[in-house]
Design a protein around this ligand. Structure first.
Ligand code: NI
Length: 636
């Protein structure tokens, strides 16, 4: 059954997903009211992978999260796929796992059918026809009410389209907030916060609804007549000196595994696993109909569950290799997202150049990067996750933020204090997007240390007579609490991951540097309800010792949780982190003060970070890149 699996970290195949479902049924763990929240690979111990064991030597195991609506109960299961045996089973009282795609759909239907909702719609908007109403499921979060802890709840945002293919987000039903029990799929009540008229605007982005499109764009084709420079075997990818496994699951979406670099014939380990572990998008408007808006896109919605099938769009150019993702719907039926992951190469300008002035010989190399990407649609918003590998050993993550703003309605003449008008009577509240990324480094082995590197200026004195001196001061981080830190512009702060046991060509420990990009700190108070569940926003950088069950920065089940889980809880133990298997966690925040140009659809915004070899290689690893084939039209 697992004969098609080439590497032990490859995601579950379609057959393996179905086998896990069938096993759980056979074991009597599935009732008519059971939802399958997720089924994913239960990853083998990393020692076995580092020992070079093949997929056939390591048993394939699946882990599943189940939820029984009848009893409001969450369960975790681990199933050995060959035997179908249950390896692990536990009930987690009081836990609300990620909402499923089926619940999104059923929640919408429940609101559309609700007599109370129809009555409220009639009262405020003069119609009880719900056929043009859009209901976006939003988790109810946790605000200390008893129902937040005892029911599976959503508090959706609703919109009224003008016609069936209109951009409905421009017509928010601002004062109406239905509260839905997802266990019974009943609207418990419709909260009314006031009356705002529907903005009288019509603005769309769909090709057939934008009449005057520009006509001066000529075709730009990317061709690779000899094919791509990568090879793919199952979910393993080889590209120039890089070698890794593409992963995917319902929770995190795209993941990278077992990333190695072939350095002159020696296969060197860099990252064992890289993943997005959580997100939170807190909104900054205190108005009662807006104040509960915050979305944990990974833990509440499932970034992988919301992934796009990229075959339908034009997301990538050039020679494209796609990978499918095999998930389940909430009743255990196979849900294959065709082409969920895109792999392709991009030209990236100049890799390096020098012209020897006396010889008048320019040497220039084009940079090529390998792109591994996935895009998710979480109701109104789109998130694209783009990992880049470069020829000079750099590794980059770029998150692309696009889609539709979460919009609200204002009265005529009303100003937006906590947001900006994007069209008359239509405003977008200020908000932030925080992403937490987990980087499990295994740099030339397991025993790694993270250093915080601050650049400091020397004091005036006999050794610094011109007062120009500054130096980089690296501090070994020895415990979890010591490692918690924010970016510092004044100190040009970076972090370095080293292996103290492995020395480079100049006698220093081999290392990779972590270079942060744009970032932010939260504007909501530490007492804000959402922050209790999002402890990962308290610091930009965290370092923990590797544990295979510490995977998500806000804990395993942030949906409706009382908070305090994840990085906050683990690091309270202040465990030692020096010369051991370490995990670096990075939180990056994008502060979004909306503007009219973000409407009706947002031009992409970017946030990310860079990993750069620093003494990992003996010299520029891209020194051996040959010149491009010369073309008569240029370069002479
Ligand atoms: Ni935004």
């Amino acid at each position: 059954m697992s004969s098609s699996v080439k590497h032990p970290l490859e995601p579950l195949t379609a057959a393996e997903v179905l086998r896990a479902v069938e096993s759980l049924h056979g074991l009597g763990k599935v009732t008519p009211t059971t939802r399958f929240v997720s089924i994913m690979l239960h990853e083998p111990p990393k020692e076995q992978v580092h020992a070079g064991k093949s997929a056939s030597e390591i048993p394939r195991v699946a882990e599943a999260v189940l939820f029984d609506n009848a009893t409001n109960s969450c369960y975790e299961a681990v199933v050995a796929l060959a035997s179908g045996d249950l390896v692990f089973w536990r009930h987690l009282p009081g836990v609300q796992p990620t909402m499923t795609v089926d619940e999104q759909f059923e929640c919408e239907q429940a609101v559309l059918a609700s007599t109370e909702f129809k009555a409220a719609l009639k009262k405020h908007y003069g119609t009880d026809d719900t056929s043009l109403v859009m209901v976006d499921i939003w988790s109810a979060g946790n605000y200390g009410a008893e129902e937040d802890n005892t029911r599976r709840l959503a508090r959706p945002l609703c919109f009224l389209r003008r016609d069936p293919t209109d951009n409905g987000y421009v017509r928010p039903l601002e004062g109406l907030r239905p509260v839905v029990d997802l266990n019974t799929m009943q609207v418990l009540r419709v909260e009314e916060y006031g009356h705002w008229p529907l903005p009288d605007v019509e603005c769309n982005y769909a090709a057939e609804r934008v009449p005057n499109q520009r006509r001066d764009i000529k075709a730009l084709e990317i061709t690779q007549p000899a094919g791509p420079s990568f090879t793919v075997d199952g979910y393993q990818v080889r590209w120039q000196n890089w070698n890794f496994v593409v992963g995917f699951n319902a929770r995190e979406g795209l993941t990278l595994h077992h990333l190695r670099y072939n350095d002159g014939g020696q296969e060197r380990s860099i990252l064992y696993r890289a993943s997005l572990t959580e997100m939170v998008v807190p909104y900054g408007d205190p108005a009662p109909q807006q104040a509960r808006k915050n979305a944990f896109d990974v833990g509440e919605y499932g970034m992988g569950m919301c992934a796009n099938s990229l075959e339908l769009g034009c997301d990538c150019l050039g020679h494209i290799q796609y990978f499918d993702a095999h998930l389940t719907d909430s009743r255990g039926r196979l849900l294959t997202v065709k082409n969920a992951i895109c792999l392709h190469e991009e030209d990236f300008g100049i890799l390096w150049k020098h012209t020897d002035r006396r010889l008048n010989v320019p040497e220039v190399r084009r940079s090529r990067r390998l792109v591994i990407s996935s895009v998710s649609t979480v109701e109104n918003y789109e998130y694209g996750f783009f990992w880049y590998l470069y020829q000079d050993g750099n590794i980059q993550l770029e998150v692309k933020l696009t889609g539709i703003l979460s919009l609200g309605a204002l009265n005529p003449g009303e100003h937006a204090v906590y947001g900006n008008l994007v069209a008359p009577q239509l405003y977008a509240p200020n908000h932030q997007h925080f992403f937490n990324v987990r980087l499990d480094f295994d740099l030339d082995g397991l025993a790694n240390t993270v250093q915080q590197v601050d650049v400091v200026a020397d004091e005036q004195g006999p050794n610094n007579p011109f007062e120009n001196a500054f130096r980089a001061v690296a501090t070994n981080l020895s415990t979890e609490k010591q490692a918690c830190a924010n970016l510092s512009l004044e100190r040009a702060r970076t972090w370095k991951i080293i292996n103290p046991e492995v020395r480079n060509s100049v006698g220093e420990p081999v290392g990779y540097k972590f270079l942060p990009g744009d970032n932010a700190t939260p504007f909501a108070s530490p007492n804000a309800w959402w922050r209790k569940r999002a402890g990962f926003v308290n610091h930009h950088v965290w370092v923990t010792p590797y544990r295979d069950d510490e995977r998500y920065g806000a804990g395993d089940y942030p949906n409706q949780s009382a908070g305090g889980d994840g990085l906050i809880r683990w690091t309270a133990a202040d465990r030692p982190i020096q010369s051991t298997d370490v995990v670096l966690w990075y939180t990056m925040g994008h502060t979004h003060i909306p503007r009219p140009e973000d409407y009706p659809v947002m031009p992409t915004a970017y946030i990310g970070f860079l990993l750069k070899p620093v003494g990992f290689f003996a010299m520029n690893p891209a020194n051996d890149v040959p010149p491009s084939a010369k073309k008569k039209s240029c370069c002479h």
